[in-house]
Design a protein around this ligand. Structure first.
Ligand code: GDP
Ligand code: MG
Length: 439
C-alpha cells in the first residue's frame, strides 16, 4: 500500500520543519515504483514525479498530520487531476437521436458496452436504440440483438450483406421515426488498426455525425490500450473513452496514462461481464484505488479471523518453496469463501483481482462447486504438478467432473496466475503480510 509506505518513510520527520528535496527523495522513489508497478506509462510517471516534487518541496510540515499524510494528499490530488478531476458526462446535443459511436479493437468489449450503455441511459430516462455495423464478424449482429433483447432495448435489424455505412444511416432514420433519444452504434473491430477499418469508421462518422465517438479500451491490455487509443484519436478523433474489464485490472495504470497521454476523459468503466456492470468513471475513486493498491494489510486483518494459524504457516512454507499446488488452491478458495465479501477481499490483492473464477465464486456457488469438482477429478500427481495436464488429461478431467474442457482450461489458467502472484508476493516482502494472517 503506497499510502502506508509513505507514512513509514516520513515517520522520522514528524510534525516539524519543511518538506525538502532530501527528505522527500525516498517517498518519490516509492511513488515512482508504485506507479510503474501499476503499469503507468513511463513518461507519465516521470512528469508526475516532477509535479509532486515541485508541489511538495518547501511545504510547511503541518502539525496536525504527518509529512507522510501530507505527501499522500499531494499525490492523491495530482492523481485525481490527472484522471480528469470530476466525472465527465456524455454529450447528446439537441438532435434526436443523438448518435453515439463506439470504436475499438476486436474483443475490447464494444458490443457488450453498447448494450450496457443502453441500459444505463434507459435508467436515466433516455430511450436508446442499438445498431451493429459489424458485418464482418460472424454473428456479431446477432450477438447485439440477443443482448439488447435481454434488457428490452430496441435493436435495429440489418443483414450483414449490407454496407455498414448504409446500415448506420438507416438506423438513424428508424430511430428518428421511433422517437429514440439516443442511437448507439456498435462498430466492427480488428485485431490491429488497419487502414480499411479506419476508412470505414470515418465514413460512418461523416454519414451520421455522432454526438460522441467513444473509444472502448480494454484495461487488461495496459499500455497497449493507450497506444491504440492515441492512434484512433489521431486518425478518427475521439471524444472520450470507456474503459472495460476494470474488474480484471485494479492497478489503474492504463486509465491514468490514457487521460494524461491523450487528454480525453474516461466516461465510463466496465467492471464485469454482466449487463449492469457499467459505471460512471470517478477520478476520485480511481485515485484512491491506485494509492491504496493492493491493500494487503487490511486484507490480512479480515482473513485472520477465518484461517487456521497452523494451516496458514504450512501454506506459507509451501508458497516460499513455490509448491503452491492445485490442492492448496482449492483449500484457499474454500477458505476465501468463508470470509464473506469476496469482492472486497479480491479488490485488495493485486493480481488476484484478475481471477475471474475467483470473483465469480462469490455470488456464484455453482462456479465454486465446479472448481472443486474439477480439482477432485485430477489424480494426485496432476494436483501436484499441473504442467502434466495436457489436452488428453484435460478431456478426461472435464468428463470426470461433468464440466467442459474450457472450464478446465480456465481453472488451470487462474491457478497459474495465482501461483505466479504468490511467487511475486513472496519475493517482494509480501510474505510478511502473509505470515501475519494469511489469506
Ligand atoms: P467486441 O469485440 O469489442 O464487441 O467485444 P465484446 O463486447 O464481444 O466483448 C468481448 C469479451 O469481453 C466478452 O467475453 C465480454 O463478456 C467481455 N467483456 C466486455 N466488457 C467486460 C468487462 O467490463 N469486464 C469483463 N470481465 N469482461 C468484459
Ligand atoms: Mg462486437
Amino acid at each position: 500500500n503506497l499510502a502506508e509506505k509513505l507514512e513509514g518513510v516520513f515517520k522520522r520527520l514528524k510534525g516539524r520543519g519543511r518538506l525538502d528535496e532530501e527528505n522527500i527523495k525516498e517517498a518519490l522513489k516509492e511513488i515512482r515504483m508504485a506507479l510503474l508497478e501499476a503499469d503507468v506509462n513511463f513518461k507519465v510517471v516521470k512528469d508526475f514525479i516532477e509535479e509532486v516534487r515541485s508541489r511538495a518541496v518547501g511545504q510547511e510540515v503541518l502539525e496536525s498530520i504527518t509529512p507522510g499524510q501530507q505527501i499522500v494528499k499531494i499525490v492523491h490530488d495530482r492523481l485525481v487531476e490527472l484522471l480528469g478531476g470530476t466525472s465527465s458526462q456524455l454529450r447528446f446535443g439537441s438532435r434526436f437521436p443523438a448518435p453515439i459511436m463506439l470504436v475499438g479493437l476486436q474483443g475490447c468489449g464494444k458490443t457488450t458496452t453498447a448494450v450496457k450503455l443502453a441500459k444505463v441511459l434507459a435508467k436515466g430516462g433516455k430511450r436508446a436504440g442499438l445498431v451493429s455495423a459489424d458485418v464482418y464478424r460472424p454473428a456479431a449482429m446477432e450477438q447485439l440483438r440477443v443482448m439488447a433483447q435481454k434488457i428490452g432495448a430496441p435493436a435495429f435489424n440489418a443483414d450483414s450483406s449490407q454496407d455498414p455505412v448504409k446500415i448506420c444511416v438507416q438506423a438513424v432514420e428508424e430511430a428518428k421515426r421511433n422517437g429514440y433519444e439516443v442511437l448507439i452504434l456498435d462498430t466492427a473491430g480488428r485485431l490491429a488498426i488497419d487502414t480499411q477499418m479506419m476508412e470505414e469508421l470515418k465514413q460512418i462518422k461523416n454519414a451520421v455525425n455522432p454526438s460522441e465517438i467513444l473509444f472502448v479500451a480494454d484495461a487488461m491490455t495496459g499500455q497497449d490500450a493507450v497506444n491504440v487509443a492515441a492512434k484512433f484519436n489521431e486518425l478518427l478523433g475521439i471524444d472520450g473513452v470507456i474503459m472495460t474489464k476494470m474488474d480484471g485490472d485494479a492497478r489503474g495504470g492504463a486509465a491514468l496514462s490514457l487521460k494524461a497521454v491523450m487528454g480525453k476523459p474516461i466516461k465510463y468503466v466496465g467492471i464485469g461481464e454482466k449487463i449492469d456492470a457499467l459505471e460512471v468513471f470517478h477520478p476520485e475513486r480511481m485515485a484512491s484505488r491506485i494509492l491504496g493498491m493492493g491493500d494487503i494489510l487490511s486484507l490480512v486483518e479480515k482473513a485472520q479471523t477465518v484461517v487456521d494459524e497452523k494451516q496458514a504457516r504450512e501454506l506459507e512454507q509451501r508458497i516460499r518453496k513455490n509448491e503452491f499446488t492445485l490442492e492448496d488452491f482449492k483449500t484457499q478458495l474454500l477458505q476465501i469463501k468463508k470470509m464473506g465479501s469476496l469482492q472486497d477481499i479480491i479488490g485488495m490483492i493485486p493480481g488476484l483481482n484478475k481471477l475471474k473464477s475467483l470473483k465469480q465464486a462469490t455470488p456464484d456457488e455453482k462456479e465454486l462447486v465446479r472448481i472443486v469438482a474439477i480439482i477432485d477429478s485430477m489424480t494426485k500427481k496432476e494436483r501436484l504438478n499441473y504442467q502434466l495436464i495436457d489436452g488428453q488429461r484435460r478431456k478426461r478431467i472435464a468428463l470426470g467432473s461433468g464440466t467442459t474442457v474450457q472450464d478446465v482450461n480456465r481453472l488451470l489458467k487462474n491457478y497459474a496466475d495465482v501461483k505466479k502472484m504468490m511467487k511475486r508476493m513472496t519475493s517482494k516482502g509480501g510474505i510478511k503480510a502473509l505470515r501475519r494472517g494469511n489469506f
